[in-house]
Design a protein around this ligand. Structure first.
Ligand code: DC
Length: 220
C-alpha cells in the first residue's frame, strides 16, 4: 500500500459517468475504502417502498428514525444492510431506480445520509462517489473529480454492463439527471475547485489512468 492523501477524495457526476469504476480503481491502488453514496439513497428508497412510505419529508422522518441502516465500506466497495439484511443486491431494481431521485431530493433524507457519510469519511480514508460530495459533504476534500459524459455514451455504458436495455437506460438517465440537477437541496453540480473531465471520447482505461495520475499529483 502506498501513502494516503490526508483526507478523503470526492468523485461526483451524473448517472453512469464512471464514478464507481474510477473510485474502485483509486481505492484499490491507494488503499482507500470506497463509499458509493448513491447506494445509501437507494437503500432509503427501498426501505420506503417496502414500508409504503411516500416521498414526503413528514412521512419519511419517522422511517429514517426507525430504519436500521448499516453501511459497510472497504476497498472492494459498499454494502447496505437494512435491519441486518444485506440488501445491496436489491438496490438496482427498476422500482428503486425509478423512485430514488424523488426520495433523495428530500431535505430530511439528505441531512441524515450526509451525516453518516461524514462520519465514515472521518473514520477512514475513503473515496466517496455521489452528486454533492465536493460541494456539500466534503467541501474541503483535498481532491475533487467531476466526471461527465454525453447521455448517449452513458446509456451505452449502462447497456453494455447488461443491467438495462440501452434505450431504457437513456430514458432513465435523462430523467434522473433532470431531477438531480434541478432539486432545491444540494443539486448535482461540480464544486468550483473540482477537476472536471468529459469522458465521452475516452476509454475507461484512459479515465482510470487520468484519475490515478491526479491522485498521485495531489499526494506530492
Ligand atoms: O449514483 P447512483 O446513480 O446510484 O445514485 C442514485 C440516485 O441517488 C441519484 O439519481 C441521485 C441520488 N444521489 C444523490 O442525490 N446524492 C448523492 N451523493 C448520490 C446519489
Amino acid at each position: 500500500m502506498t501513502h494516503q492523501l490526508p483526507g478523503s477524495i470526492a468523485i461526483d457526476g451524473p448517472a453512469a459517468s464512471g464514478k464507481t469504476t474510477v473510485g474502485l480503481a483509486i481505492a484499490a491502488e491507494f488503499g482507500y475504502s470506497f463509499l458509493d453514496t448513491g447506494l445509501m439513497y437507494r437503500g432509503v428508497t427501498l426501505a420506503a417502498l417496502r414500508a409504503g412510505v411516500p416521498a414526503d419529508n413528514d412521512a419519511v422522518k419517522p422511517l429514517l428514525r426507525r430504519m436500521r441502516m448499516t453501511v459497510r465500506v472497504d476497498a472492494a466497495g459498499t454494502r447496505i444492510f437494512l435491519g441486518g439484511e444485506d440488501v445491496t443486491g436489491e438496490l438496482r431494481r427498476s422500482d428503486v431506480e425509478k423512485n430514488v431521485s424523488k426520495y433523495s431530493a428530500l431535505a430530511s433524507v439528505r441531512a441524515s445520509m450526509v451525516r453518516r457519510q461524514r462520519t465514515i469519511a472521518k473514520r477512514e480514508a475513503t473515496v466517496l462517489a455521489g452528486r454533492d460530495i465536493g460541494t456539500v459533504v466534503l467541501p474541503k476534500a483535498p481532491l475533487k473529480l467531476y466526471l461527465d459524459a454525453s447521455e448517449e455514451a452513458r446509456a451505452k455504458r449502462r447497456g453494455t454492463q447488461a443491467t438495462q436495455d440501452e434505450n431504457d437506460a437513456k430514458k432513465d438517465i435523462a430523467s434522473r439527471d433532470k431531477v438531480d440537477a434541478a432539486r432545491a437541496v444540494s443539486p448535482m453540480r461540480p464544486a468550483d475547485d473540482a477537476i472536471a473531465v468529459d469522458t465521452t471520447n475516452m476509454t475507461l482505461e484512459q479515465v482510470i489512468s487520468f484519475a490515478l495520475e491526479k491522485v498521485r499529483c495531489a499526494r506530492n
